[in-house]
Write a protein that binds this ligand. Structure first.
Ligand code: 1CP
Length: 357
C-alpha cells in the first residue's frame, strides 16, 4: 500500500506546513518548533485523563491516545503533534508481555538473553496494529493543517529493554550479547527492526506526515560496533517506510561519534541532543541535512532570561544547517512548568519573524 489521495500530505493539508518544508530542507516563512515528549507527563490535563490508568492500555485506546496527542498542540501552539504511544507498543502487540511501570519505564519479566529465548519472538500481525491506525486517523482528522509525527524505537534501543528486562544505565548486557552471541543478536535486532518498522508504517499510512526513529540509548555503543552490529538493523527498520513519501527523522542521544554514519541513512533530517552545538553537528555531516534540536531540557527550569539566551544561541547556530526544526535535546522533563513551553513556542515564532524584518 502507498499513501492514499486522502492522506494529509497528498491532499495538500500538510504539504506546505512549516515542519514538512523544513524536514525537506526548505527554509520557509516560519521556523517550526515541537517538543519531544510534549504529550503526557508535564500536562495536568494528561494526568487527569490518565488518572492512574495503565499506560499501554491508554496507548491502545484510540480516543484516549488521540486526545492526549492533541492536548499539547492546543495548549502550546506547536507546529506538530507527536503521536501518543510508546516504543514498546509493537513489542506488546507482537505478544511479549511487556509493561510500563510508573516512574520506571518498560519492564519485561522474562528477558530475551539466549538463543532459546528467541523462540518467544513472533511476527507482528498486521491486524494487531488496528488500534494504532484508528487513533492516528482520529487525530489527523482533528489536526487539520498541523502535521502528525509518527515514531518508533530503533532496534538497538528496543532490544536493550528486551535483553536487560527494563531500563538500564549502560545497556551492558545488551552490548555483551552483541559480541558473545552475534547470531542471536542479529535475529533479535531484525525482529525489533521489523516490528518497529511495521508500527511506523501503520502510523504513516493512517495519516502521519513524518516519522521519527528514536535511538535513545545508542550512545553507549562504540562507533565500530555501531557500524557492524547496529546500523544494518536501523537501515532495515527504515526500509519499512520505503514507498511512502513522508520525511524521516533519526534521533539519538550521544551520537556525536557516529553522526556521519547516521547521515548516510535514508533519512531526511537528524535530531541532535544538547551535547553538541548545531553548527558543529552540521559541519561534521558536511551541511547535508536539516537538523532538529537542541535546546537543553535542563534549562527549562532556569530563569527566563537564562533560557532565552540559550535559545537565541541555538537558533543562531541552527542557521548553518540547510533547515532547522527547533526542539529540545531530549524529552520534556515531567516536572516542567507547561507555561514555559507555551512561552517558548511564542518566543521562537516571534524571534523568527523579527529576524526577517
Ligand atoms: O505513566 C506515564 O505517563 C508513563 C510515562 C511515559 C510516556 C508519557 C512513557 C513510559 N512513555 C510515554 C510516551 C512516549 N514515549 C512518547 C509519546 C509522547 C511524546 O513524545 O510526547 C514517545 C515518543 C515515547 C518514546 C520513548 N519511550 C522513548 C524514546 C524517547 C526518549 O524519551 O528517549 C523511550 C526510550 C521510551 C521508553 C520509556 N517509556 C516510558 C518511559 C519512562 C521510558 C524511558 C525509561 C528509561 O529511562 O529507560
Amino acid at each position: 500500500m502507498t499513501l492514499t489521495e486522502q492522506h494529509p500530505i497528498m491532499d495538500g493539508r500538510t504539504t506546505s506546513a512549516p515542519l514538512v518544508r523544513a524536514l525537506r530542507g526548505e527554509r520557509g516563512p516560519r521556523l517550526p518548533v515541537w517538543f519531544m515528549r510534549q504529550a503526557g507527563r508535564s500536562l495536568p490535563e494528561y494526568r487527569a485523563l490518565r488518572a492512574g490508568g495503565d499506560m499501554l492500555q491508554a496507548c491502545l485506546t484510540p480516543e484516549l491516545a488521540s486526545e492526549i496527542t492533541l492536548q499539547p498542540v492546543r495548549r502550546h501552539g506547536v507546529d506538530a503533534g507527536i503521536f501518543f504511544s510508546d516504543i514498546v507498543v509493537p513489542v506488546l502487540l507482537a505478544g511479549l508481555p511487556i509493561r510500563i511501570e510508573p516512574g520506571r519505564g518498560p519492564v519485561l519479566d522474562d528477558p530475551i538473553r539466549s538463543a532459546s529465548d528467541l523462540a518467544r519472538l513472533r511476527p507482528l500481525d498486521a491486524e494487531a496494529l488496528e488500534p494504532i491506525r484508528a487513533a492516528v486517523a482520529l487525530t489527523v482528522a482533528e489536526l487539520g493543517s498541523t502535521p502528525l509525527i509518527g515514531f518508533g524505537g530503533a532496534p538497538f534501543t528496543i532490544a536493550a529493554y528486551l535483553i536487560e528486562g527494563g531500563p538500564s544505565k549502560d545497556q551492558a548486557r545488551a552490548r555483551a550479547m552483541m559480541h558473545a552471541d552475534p547470531q542471536s543478536w542479529a535475529t533479535l535486532l531484525d525482529w525489533c527492526a521489523d516490528i518497529t518498522g511495521q508500527f511506523m508504517r501503520a502510523q504513516v499510512e493512517a495519516g502521519a506526515s513524518a516519522a521519527q526513529l528514536f535511538d535513545s540509548w545508542v550512545g553507549t555503543v562504540s562507533a565500530l560496533d555501531y557500524e557492524r552490529s547496529v546500523a544494518p538493523h536501523t537501515r532495515r527498520a527504515l526500509a519499512h517506510l520505503d514507498g511512502l513519501d513522508v520525511p524521516r527523522i533519526h534521533f539519538g542521544l550521544g551520537t556525536d561519534r557516529i553522526l556521519t554514519q547516521i547521515a548516510a541513512f535514508d533519512v531526511d533530517a537528524i535530531g541532535i541532543d544538547w551535547r553538541i552545538p548545531l553548527d558543529e553537528a552540521s559541519r561534521v555531516i558536511g551541511d547535508t541535512k536539516p537538523l532538529q534540536g537542541n535546546i537543553d531540557s535542563a534549562l527549562l527550569s532556569a530563569p527566563w532570561p537564562v533560557l532565552r539566551e540559550h535559545v537565541d544561541d541555538v537558533l543562531r547556530r541552527g542557521q548553518r544547517a540547510p533547515a532547522h526544526v527547533v526542539n529540545l535535546g531530549h524529552g520534556v522533563p515531567p516536572e516542567t512548568d507547561p507555561d514555559v513551553l507555551t512561552r517558548l513556542v511564542a518566543y521562537i515564532h516571534e524571534h523568527d519573524a523579527a529576524s526577517r524584518e
